[in-house]
Design a protein around this ligand. Structure first.
Ligand code: ZN
Length: 587
């Protein structure tokens, strides 16, 4: 039972948590006071022989949740076997095992920090051996430059040991590295210690500054996690130390570790500003779902167009002009770096309307290869009578021609751009090329949108399994569509903020009965209100990701809600909110 650490929110493998001590410690944060010395909350038994580090248990003696009565504290303090108080265990990344502690301190941290691959291997091994609601602490390694990437990897706690040692050696630490004090003509910081005139700044002041810089960086990290934008930050910040860039790339290649922990929706911007953005889980997952889950239901020609900076694309001026020329006679799919291809039904779906990329008109070879591969896979899965490429020269045209030349793609593409895609000659070409093609209706468009989102969100063919056999009606104005059955009962609502479906109770029951893949959280005999806490979860689908729509079922309740953690974490955890509950009924 781990009672003293709780994860409040997640941003990929990074977590915002709390060590519930007196006073509470926010994580990722500094846990110096908690570990040893000066008014220690947890007393480490550090004098014991340490033949096998993993068996060394650090027993706490003096910490209880706020408000614990003194006689209770005394009773526990004399009972060395009591397990009902916070505990930390030291553990080696070579052979990590669960010892029932609230927190784990990695004994070999200094050996893995500084090496991207070693760090990735150690963290993945340790995290898979330990329950999700335990804190992972790295002692003696935290600095302002590395804590963001370490937190991104899943580390919860640090201490200021290394920052103090560096300070005493006259090394001045910042989030972009370290400098010898004697080389600095100005102090690039405005903390209390750095208020000194440069010539009076001592190594004592340097220690104080280093600790302040570390605390400030951890605050920044926590704010970034809160905002769901830690990755945007480290793609830039980690550049200051090459091993940190290597480290987050190593985690990118460990796709399943990050994918399980990365939310399927966010309502914040995603900044695609570096060559590494293409390998983010959010980008890869979108491309993967578009090419393995999504299915085109229109019988019109495909019209490939360039993306616009403005999102959603249909709000942009250029897409307004394309639309006027196409007039519902073609299926307009946008090509974009780094997302790949975006069918119009998914233009609101995270992260298609959330990403912001650097616009220069120049494409790297990586980008070209990625987008070409996504387009190739898209065309293998989706049949079209014709492909019209309304794309500009450079980049776009190059990509389309590569796919056009692929012997597996049988259709010959038709090119309609002369000069610029919005030039009147180009737009006239586009309109002319579509001459004689039939228009699709608003009803067809709305039904196909709802089904496409269901495919994307729930799995291949989910759209037909959910909404194909029954007569559905859409009400409301796009993008705020409500999906109803023929009796008029509402099944779901389209959420414009991230282009996904939110189900009603009737919709949830229909979903369970259908052949569409479902994600279910089984709970104990209670009726949840507002949320389901992890201890109440009996079982949960492995495939649940944070942000997923989940059916909640138990002997006493039937509900629908949105997952706050992954399925494996729900099963693993004894604390924290497993899922929000949108609607519930007793049964
Ligand atoms: Zn300072």
């Amino acid at each position: 039972m781990t009672d003293y650490f709780e994860v409040h929110s997640r941003d990929g493998a990074a977590r915002l948590g709390e060590l519930r001590l007196t006073p509470p410690v926010s994580t990722p944060g500094l846990v110096d006071d908690v570990l040893v010395d000066g008014g220690s909350l947890w007393q480490a038994e550090r004098d014991q022989p340490t033949g096998d580090d993993s068996s060394l248990t650090v027993l706490p003696h003096r910490s209880f949740p706020a408000g614990t009565r003194e006689e209770v504290q005394e009773a526990f303090a004399t009972d060395a076997d009591a397990t009902d108080f916070p505990s930390a265990a030291v553990l080696s990344s070579e052979q990590p095992r669960d010892q029932g502690a609230d927190a784990y301190i990695l004994s070999d941290a200094s050996g893995i920090v500084g090496h991207g691959e070693a760090l990735k291997n150690a963290i993945v091994r340790v995290k898979s051996a330990l329950p999700a609601d335990t804190a992972l602490i790295l002692s003696g390694v935290g600095t302002p430059v590395n804590v963001a990437t370490l937190a991104y990897a899943g580390v919860d706690g640090f201490d200021a040991k290394l920052a103090k040692i560096k300070g005493s050696q006259g090394k001045y630490l910042t989030s972009d590295g370290e400098m010898f004090l004697e080389d600095l003509r100005e102090l690039p910081c405005a903390c209390q210690a750095c208020q000194q005139p440069r010539e009076e700044f001592t190594s004592e002041d340097c220690i104080d500054h280093n600790i302040a810089a570390l605390r400030a960086e951890l605050r920044r990290v926590r704010e970034r996690i809160r905002a769901g934008r830690l990755r945007d930050y480290i793609e830039g910040q980690a550049r200051h130390d090459n091993w940190l860039t290597a480290a987050f790339r190593e985690f990118d290649s460990q796709y399943s570790y990050l994918e399980e922990r990365t939310p399927v929706i966010r309502d914040t911007e995603l900044s695609a500003a570096t060559s590494d953005s293409i390998r983010r889980v959010e980008i890869q997952r979108f491309a993967e779902r578009v090419t393995t889950r999504y299915r085109n239901r229109f019988s019109n020609p495909l019209v490939l167009v360039p993306c616009s900076a403005r999102k959603p694309y249909s709000d942009s001026q250029s897409h307004g002009q394309f639309h006027d020329a196409i007039g519902f006679r073609g299926h307009t799919v946008s090509m974009t770096s780094p997302i790949g291809v975006v069918p119009p039904e998914l233009e609101l779906t995270y992260p298609a309307q959330h990403y912001d990329s650097v616009v220069t008109g120049r494409w790297s070879e990586d980008e070209k290869q990625f987008v070409a591969e996504v387009l190739r896979r898209y065309l293998r899965r989706n049949e079209y009578p014709r492909v019209i490429a309304h794309v500009p020269d450079h980049g776009y045209r190059d990509i389309v021609e590569r796919v056009d030349a692929d012997p597996e793609i049988e259709l010959d593409f038709e090119y309609t751009v002369e000069g610029h895609p919005t030039a009147s000659a180009s737009l006239a070409n586009l309109a002319e090329t579509l001459h004689g093609e039939l228009k699709f209706s608003k009803r067809e468009r709305e039904h196909n949108t709802v089904k496409a989102i269901a495919d994307y969100q729930f799995g291949p063919d989910a759209g037909d399994a959910l909404f194909g056999d029954i007569e559905i009606r859409t009400t409301g104005r796009y993008p705020k569509l409500q999906i109803r059955n023929s009796d008029g009962d509402q099944l779901a609502t389209m959420v414009p903020q991230y282009g996904m479906l939110a189900m009603t109770l009737t919709g949830a029951a229909h979903w369970l009965e259908s052949d569409a893949p479902t994600k279910v959280v089984e709970i104990d005999g209670f009726v949840p209100h507002g949320s389901v806490l992890a201890p109440g979860v009996v079982d949960a689908s492995e495939e649940i990701r944070p942000g997923d729509e989940v059916v909640i079922t138990g002997p006493k309740a039937f509900g629908i809600g949105r997952a706050e953690m992954s399925g494996p974490e729900m099963i693993d955890s004894t604390r924290g909110i497993a899922s929000e509950v949108r609607h519930v009924r007793e049964r």
